[in-house]
Design a protein around this ligand. Sequence first.
Ligand SMILES: C[S@@+](CC[C@H](N)C(=O)[O-])C[C@H]1O[C@@H](n2cnc3c(N)ncnc32)[C@H](O)[C@@H]1O
Length: 281
Amino acid sequence: MAGVAESRARNADFWDRAAPGWIRHAERQDALGRPLGAAAIDRLRVGPGERVLDVGCGCGGTTAELAAAVGPTGVAVGVDLSEAMVAAARLRFPGPRFVTGDIETMGVVPGAPFDAAFSRMTMMLLADPVAGLTTIARSLHPGGRLAATVFRDAGAVPWLSAAVLGAAPHVGHLPPLPLGDEPGPFAFADPARITRVLTAAGFGDVLVEPEDVTLDTPDTPEAVAEWLIEVGPAGAAYRAAEAGARASARSGAARLLAPFRIPGAGYRLPTGLWLVTAELD
Ligand SMILES: C[S@@+](CC[C@H](N)C(=O)[O-])C[C@H]1O[C@@H](n2cnc3c(N)ncnc32)[C@H](O)[C@@H]1O
């Protein structure tokens, strides 16, 4: 198993290479990926005038949604490891403030203290999640709220493996698959681990609830395959491959994604999440 330093280096390298795919699909990710964070946004009950933090904000769509909820008297800050995604977020959304940095090592997030923190699909990717959650805790007021979503287990998100397995034989070297608790899409599958991490970071009232959502997309098999490959673990290898290999990767992924296709209507992608809520003691 990789240690924290090695996992951190892998994480930085992975997001550096993944950024172009996420930027390319930012509009689709905002529109179709909304169910991935909607329950956490609802649960956070962010109101006008509040200060809110979005951890792992990517290209900024959820930060902009939170900025709309806090209104002109509030503050929304998005933080992300990827300089390229933060630059894209700033171009897409001039309202919120976006900060580049590693949540695990930044001490406190600029703009702190916040009333609430939100995070969509990021906590399980941290090399040292206690360190990352401790930064979030340090950046909140006493009594501050946290609401986040993470994937459950691989079986609850069948399209993710389908896209990777369909593409992998046609493209080059993929990053190593995570072992055990190493950071990755399913590193927070065990709700007891989530509770342990949040408690160690100083949060109380930790609640981990299953949330089943569906990502509905009217897009063609080609478009859906490309989206899911590019925002997944095979994204960088796919972009580096030559055109013929990329076409084969899209066909391979589309074949394995066929069970989720509704002819004439697009795709329904079942997705099992944990909705995680907590408060600072
Ligand atoms: C799966 S993406 C989710 C992006 C966005 N929240 C969404 O749902 O569309 C994970 C994001 O977390 C960021 N990230 C990963 N590790 C991080 C860290 N240690 N500190 C800050 N951001 C991190 C990545 O750069 C990436 O943008």
